[in-house]
Design a binder for this molecule. Sequence first.
Ligand SMILES: [Fe+2]
Ligand SMILES: [Fe+2]
Length: 175
Amino acid sequence: MLASDKLIEAFNQQIGNELGASLQYIAIASYFDSETLPQLARFFYRQSAEEREHAMRFVKFVNNVGGKVKIPALPAPESEFASAEEAVGRAVSGEEDVTRQIYDLVEVAKADKNYAGVRFLDWFVAEQLEEVTTMRDLLAVIRRAGPDRLLYVEEYLVRQGGRGLESPAAPAETT
Ligand SMILES: [Fe+2]
Ligand SMILES: [Fe+2]
């Protein structure tokens, strides 16, 4: 096996964390769906799909190094939101949590001298910076619009060309 039991266990936990984030985004998307804010709903449904892809990257890595995939029990996501600001605030704090989790995983992989793991995690370090920024930007736009003008936020998302707020400033993907 190309990774220690400790690293495999930590990666399995992260599979759960990413799937948990995926469920949380379905709950947030559904809140916006129920408020008839289709662009915000679409944005979060798409985020949910992305989190599943993140989980699958960890699944693939664990299998590639000969570890055993063991998906942990997932906590129920929060489903009650009093406002758009609260729902997106939950997304911001979720991304901040995941960023800390990824940094902790880097520490485990480095302590193990598992350089394949460190390189694998590099992608997530960059991805988390983008995700935290995206969610903070969306929260700022929502606060600026105010609770009675969420249609501005919808228009804003449309103007982003279907990519939502995912930063056009992500040059690595586009060049
Ligand atoms: Fe993720
Ligand atoms: Fe994320």
